[in-house]
Write a protein that binds this ligand. Structure first.
Ligand code: COA
Length: 374
């Protein structure tokens, strides 16, 4: 009887990091320049002056202290305030594939797996660099995998949806080894000029190797159960898409980047996710308070604190619900996987934990895992 497990994970972290102090200095320079250039219109009330950002607010509201990005110089340049990623030729590896391959190679190395044993690649991320060919097929080709690949996007929940999809292939006997790769260049969809959200995101890539237990290394994570949920909401939205070019008058509008009603997201997503976790734990016969560790989606420290408290029944320690928000910020679908990758080696055989994502859609995914092996 096929049984899916997580054999290994991989992580690629861009070398450049932006501190809150650097980010706020650049944003406030932009605000000053904007207000000076529009002084007349501001004094007549025609337009409102922009307000400065602050390091204290960012840290208190989100728990974020820094974020990695693929292009620090242009993000921080007050004249640019977005990454500038040059087009590459069709015969060169594209940047999303490049960072995805780096994370995937690490996962394969950690599992002692040869790429030729992998059957499928899912590229599960919030944004795809192009329409087609699928990023997953490029990653598959770069790794030398003989099988199939496709892209899937469920925003911040992409990785857990990818893990369930991979697990289902294995349960159905259609594959034995599946790579779920999440390259997230979120700096490209973030509006770095928007005070409410300019601090939220960072870039990274993760990979999860999901395999049938018959193939997996001795030390692995049993997948005890997975559950997915989506509920339509406009509170996190990005209207960028291929039809934008057909409406040139709105092509560059701010809604073609990430926008959110942060307060509403906070209020609506916390109870939805906490009850989903408890219901799924109940179905699997797991007492939520017995969960050894929660690897939660990394969007906001306050949200994670509340969700963990509702699930565990007490204020979670950093050991029970580790954060990577301080150094990585919100990396969309990769966040819970980074937390799992960096904070799981110390668990004992038999320990049960939860990988959980949530985000735009709304969408949420749970993957209950148990440490197995030697
Ligand atoms: N610097 C300084 N002050 C700021 C600021 C900034 N960068 N951005 C907003 N503020 C101010 C606001 O103007 C407001 O001032 P006021 O009270 O005088 O009106 C105050 O701070 C509170 O703003 P608000 O937007 O309500 O903050 P918040 O406490 O809700 O935190 C978020 C904002 C976005 C961090 C928070 O709502 C959040 O994380 N929500 C969930 C988001 C999420 O998980 N999204 C998923 C994405 S995948």
């Amino acid at each position: 009887m096929p049984h899916p497990v997580i054999s290994a994970t991989g992580l690629f972290t861009p070398s450049h990091s932006i501190s809150n102090a650097e980010l706020v200095a650049s944003f406030n320079e932009y605000v000053e320049r904007h207000n000076a250039a529009n002084a007349d219109a501001i004094s007549t009330g025609e337009i409102a002056a922009l307000e400065p950002s602050s390091v204290e607010f960012i840290e208190k509201a989100s728990g974020i202290q820094a974020r990695h990005v693929v292009d620090k110089a242009n993000v921080l340049d007050p004249d640019t305030m977005c990454p500038r990623i040059s087009e590459r030729g069709n015969d060169e590896l594209s940047i999303m594939a490049e960072i995805g391959v780096a994370a995937a190679r690490q996962a394969l190395d950690r599992a002692g797996r040869d790429a030729s044993d992998v059957d499928a690649v899912l590229c599960a991320a919030s944004n795809m660099q192009r329409a087609y060919p699928a990023m997953a097929i490029e990653i598959q080709h770069a790794l030398g995998i003989d099988g199939f690949g496709f892209d899937m996007n469920v925003a911040c929940s992409s990785a857990t949806f990818g893990i369930q999809t991979a697990a289902d292939y294995i349960r159905a006997g259609n594959a034995k080894s599946v790579l779920v790769v999440s390259p997230e260049i979120t700096s490209g969809h973030l509006n770095w000029r928007d005070r409410d959200s300019h601090f939220i995101f960072g870039d990274v890539a993760t990979a999860v190797l999901v395999e049938d237990v018959s193939l997996a290394p001795a030390s692995h994570w049993d997948i005890l159960g997975t559950k997915l949920k989506t509920v339509f909401s406009n509170n996190i939205r990005n209207n960028f898409g291929f039809l934008n070019r057909t409406a040139p008058e709105t092509r560059d509008a701010a809604d073609k980047l990430f926008v959110q009603e942060g307060r509403k997201v906070f209020k609506e997503v916390v109870p939805m996710v906490a009850s989903m976790i408890c219901e799924e734990a109940d179905r699997l016969g797991i007492e939520p308070s017995s969960l050894r560790r929660l690897w939660l989606h990394q969007a906001n420290a306050g949200m994670n604190r509340l969700i963990a408290q509702k699930v565990l029944g007490h204020e979670a320690s950093a050991d029970e619900s580790p954060t990577v928000l301080d150094t990585y910020a919100n990396t969309s679908s990769a966040g819970s996987i980074i937390a799992f990758h960096k904070h799981s080696d110390d668990l004992e055989v038999g320990d049960v934990g939860l990988i959980c994502s949530f985000g735009a859609g709304y969408s949420a995914g749970t993957v209950f895992v148990r440490r197995a092996g030697v």
